[in-house]
Design a protein around this ligand. Sequence first.
Ligand code: C2E
Ligand code: CA
Ligand code: CA
Ligand code: CA
Length: 279
Amino acid sequence: AKAAGRNTYHFFQPIFADQASQRLELELALREAMERQELSLYYQPKVTASDHAFLGFEALLRWNRGEQGFVPPDRFVPVAEDCGLIGQIGGWVLAEACAQIARWHRAGHGWRKIAINVSVRQLVHDDLAGMIRIECERQGISPTLLEVEVTESCVMANPGQTSPILAALRAMGVTVAIDDFGTGHSSLSYLRRLPVDVIKIDRSFVHEAVEDAGAEAIVKTIVNLSKTLGMGVVAEGVETLEQAEMLARMECDVLQGYCFARPMPGDEIERLWRENDAT
Ligand code: C2E
Ligand code: CA
Ligand code: CA
Ligand code: CA
């Protein structure tokens, strides 16, 4: 397994057989990854349903382990959360996203909004509002250019604790999005009281909705509900034109997915802008 792991080009292969050793190995490598600058951010556009113009971007962590290829975030983010590294990594993500906003602006592409993913640990244990204030000042950008994505399960695990934190972020002008909406167990009546600007419909519903009437009804309900509550709504994981058209018919205004663009480095986004000024 070890030899195979080293020779595999693009995908991470565990070097150790058992799960505990794998996690430990990943944790140790992750600590070094920070110093070796193996982490980077890719950016995936969010587009308008009407004309597919770029509205903003979601920053997604990438870890390039060199020889061993890219480690998927679904694999290393949970490790970082467990071993306490997520605070440091999340701080880096925030700083890098703010720096990217400033770089795009300096390069003449205007003020572009970036959403960062935030773990529950970061939300509850770190002074996220203070960190955002400092980074925005350092880069000379407005906090209104930042969005924070927190998963539904993260917010709902302890709404009494998370709500005031989200409210404080909103008070500074940061927008708040609920990620993976529909997969958790929020009571819809509670949603009304949450300090949230945007709901992101989980991609599992988006994928199923074109074939399954039940999933379609769920998507439609979430779109209508968010509008009734005065919130924005984004469908994630849109892969086909059929899905995009269905969502446009439901008046879901913002779409995100491989159908429009994959996550890519910041300079590739700039290349797209240069090729097509409409976006
Ligand atoms: P997420 O926040 O739900 O991010 C969306 C994921 O869907 C991303 O996976 C993205 O690349 C992928 N995606 C985008 N469009 C499509 C599509 O059309 N079809 C399909 N099948 N997938 C699509 P990725 O980049 O592998 O990230 C996975 C998860 O890792 C994220 O899920 C998020 O929970 C976590 N993550 C990523 N970056 C960060 C970060 O900076 N901080 C924290 N705390 N978590 C992060
Ligand atoms: Ca997200
Ligand atoms: Ca999501
Ligand atoms: Ca997810």
